[in-house]
Ligand binder design. Structure first.
Ligand SMILES: [Mg+2]
Length: 193
């Protein structure tokens, strides 16, 4: 029997990128903010940062040594991924932060250290629509329709991982940040396969 393949995004689903960014924001610009203030995918725009400050933050993430290695794990993610792995093949499909030279390596180290996920299960690309799978779980709403178009037999299994920064995106498909609900959906797909 072919196992269900679940493609998981990393930032916003497994790794607290927003938390890491906000820590750097305080260091660099002395601005304190909370994740609830981030109501759009563009963090700088959500906070009303000037173009100069947004660019400075982009450079800061790009030059921060080991940024992707130091991010906190999203609450519940370790247990959630473990449960999904019981019933499906899990791959991480993650868009690299291009200007940070050690990003991909740091990410793979982090995924192995926190989740036991090996590097041959990690795909680094922003072209997530190229990756075949039965589910794509992503907090970036824009990634979902294109992936569905390129995985037409998987329609309905594009899952928006619900966060403060995507709640205004108007996504009408499945949206959750509950690992038990995701597991239930994967199990249902497995029974239907
Ligand atoms: Mg993400």
């Amino acid at each position: 029997m072919t196992r269900i393949r679940v493609l998981l995004d990393c930032d916003g689903v497994l790794a607290d990128f927003v938390g890491g960014y906000l820590g750097l924001l305080e260091d660099q610009l002395g601005i304190k903010a909370t994740p609830e203030q981030i109501t759009h995918f563009d963090i700088g725009a959500s906070l009303g940062l000037s173009k100069e400050h947004s660019a400075k933050m982009k450079r800061a993430v790009g030059s921060c040594d080991g940024f992707a290695r130091c991010l906190a794990v999203c609450p519940g993610a370790v247990f959630g991924v473990r449960a999904i792995e019981e019933v499906a093949d899990v791959y991480i499909v993650t868009s690299p932060f291009g200007s940070n030279p050690t990003w991909a390596h740091d990410r793979e180290h982090w995924l192995h250290a926190n989740f036991g996920i090996k590097s041959n299960r990690v795909v680094h690309t922003s072209a997530k629509y190229l990756v075949r799978g039965d589910f794509l779980v992503d907090d970036k709403t824009d990634a979902l329709p294109k992936w569905m178009d390129n995985n037409p037999d998987r329609r309905g299994h594009a899952v928006q991982w619900e966060t403060p920064h995507n709640r205004l995106d108007g996504w009408l498909g499945v949206s959750t940040n509950n690992w038990a609900e995701l597991l239930e959906r994967v199990q249902r797909a497995e029974r239907a396969a």
